[in-house]
Ligand binder design. Structure first.
Ligand SMILES: [Zn+2]
Length: 453
């Protein structure tokens, strides 16, 4: 510590305190492969970059876009006596002609077995995030009839295929492509769930499709049309007209357990009473997340908003679970486990947004909300409406995205990008406790609206 103070003393020796501070690019002499990049930071005196005036927000924050040419680009940042030079290299990449690989059919269908827990079965042979049809557990047997790129084509039924990455499977030693036997299912009643237990003689690929009805499909099943077994669950009738709010499906041995959450009974004067809500403050510990113009860390802003939200929700009678309540690192897997273990009905992950090189931080503002399962979209829409109308935050869209914490939680799960850390206007909001409080209140109001209906 003493050393650091001494070092800082040396830096400041004979000069005034630094007028400007750059938070991005993170260091000088970086390689950036984009048409443009930006300088993000703050200054308390007029600042120029290569002689051009940099507009400063009243907080001192700025985001300044600069074009990049091939090779080395030099930028001189100057404010009064302080002068810093940044060299950014844009690599020259020779254009390669992209030739899509062709599908290679096999003469005979082969049997493979899943080796990775949660391996995505995809609708197309690309790693595209939301083209996931299901997440397959280990030991599920797959019939494969060909390959393309790094993917095997999985036979699901007549003219119905899925794709799985070659890295997630291995050849089944027995190479037994016999369809499985589904001998029946049991229905188990409990307070919170409709539970179905399907008895199979081996693990086969499956799909759960949201809608009314909710469709449960098992593929490669003996004595079923197109080897596909389908169970339709009438959502509206079973849930007394209410919407789907969480489900899960997994194998235990060769039994498949499907759980669909029963409607949450609320009273109209206190709609959040006893509702289990997980709040997930993004990042933490060594993982700081993004950095704002003024140097604020995303992890701290997320936690602050999460705590205001916790207070708001508890006031309204909700049972709140925090995936972290301090500045500590929590893995994505642990966040999911905490939420699922607590049987959360709602899961909200709080984040601050950033942008890649090539984008303009001055032209991006406001909240974006990500859902993965369509059951959560109506809640996302209500939150967006409330935030834009109650506190006037720009609507940066409700979007579908494949984010691990949202995808793996058995709840109405959303990830909320509150605002852009690197937009000077948004940044001023993000670091303002009054804004954080209002934002948390708007989310709590939205949840009340949603459950009060
Ligand atoms: Zn984040």
């Amino acid at each position: 510590m003493k050393k650091l103070v001494l070092l800082m003393g040396l830096v400041f020796l004979g000069s005034e305190a630094l007028a400007f501070n750059i938070v991005y690019p993170k260091k000088n002499d970086v390689m950036i492969n984009a048409k443009s990049t930006f300088f993000i930071g703050s200054s308390d005196a007029p600042l120029t970059i290569n002689g051009q005036n940099v507009p400063l927000h009243p907080t001192g924050a700025f985001a300044y876009v600069v074009p990049l040419n091939n090779g080395s680009n030099t930028f001189v940042l100057q404010s009064g006596e302080q002068r810093e030079i940044f060299v950014i290299t844009k690599p020259v990449i020779r254009q390669t002609i992209f030739k899509p690989a062709a599908f290679v059919p096999y003469k005979e269908t082969k049997s493979f077995v899943v080796t990775t827990e949660g391996a995505p079965l995809r609708s197309t042979p690309v790693d595209a995030g939301i083209n996931r049809m299901a997440h397959l557990q280990r030991d599920i047997k797959l019939q494969v009839d060909g390959e393309k790129d790094g993917f095997f084509r999985v036979v699901l039924g007549k003219d119905n295929y899925g794709w799985i990455s070659k890295t997630n499977v291995k050849l089944d030693n027995y190479n037994n492509i016999e369809p499985a036997l589904l001998s029946g299912y049991e229905y188990l009643d409990s307070d919170n769930y409709f539970t179905f237990v399907f008895h199979l003689n081996k693990r086969v690929p499956f799909e759960m499709i949201e809608g009314d009805p909710f469709v449960m499909k098992f593929y490669n099943i003996k004595d079923q049309p197109e080897n596909t077994y389908i169970m339709n669950f009438p959502v509206k009738d079973a849930l007394s007209g209410r919407k789907l709010i969480g489900y899960s499906g997994e194998y235990q041995g060769n039994d498949f357990i499907l759980k669909i959450r029963k409607p949450v009974i609320t009273n109209s004067w206190r709609p959040l009473h006893n509702i289990r809500i997980s709040i997930d403050a993004g990042h933490g510990g060594d993982e700081i997340g993004g950095v704002g113009c003024l140097g604020d860390k995303e992890k701290d802003i997320n936690l602050s908003i999460a705590r205001y939200l916790e207070t708001e929700l508890k006031k309204r009678g909700a049972r709140v679970i925090m995936t972290r309540n301090g500045d500590n690192y929590v893995s994505l897997k642990d966040r999911v486990e905490i939420a699922n273990y607590g049987d959360s009905v709602v899961f909200l992950s709080i984040h601050g947004n950033a942008l890649p090189d090539g984008a303009d931080p001055n032209k991006n503002r406001g909240t974006s909300i990500y859902y993965y399962y369509s059951q959560a979209k109506p809640l996302a829409d209500i939150i967006m409406d409330t935030i834009t109308s109650e506190i006037g935050v720009p609507n940066d869209k409700v979007r579908q995205g494949s984010l691990a914490v949202v995808r793996n939680t058995n709840a109405l799960s959303l990830l909320i990008e509150v605002s852009y850390l690197i937009n000077p206007e948004d940044n001023a909001n993000l670091i303002n406790p009054e804004f954080q409080k209002q934002y948390a209140k708007a989310i709590a109001d939205s949840l009340e609206k949603y459950f009060g209906k």
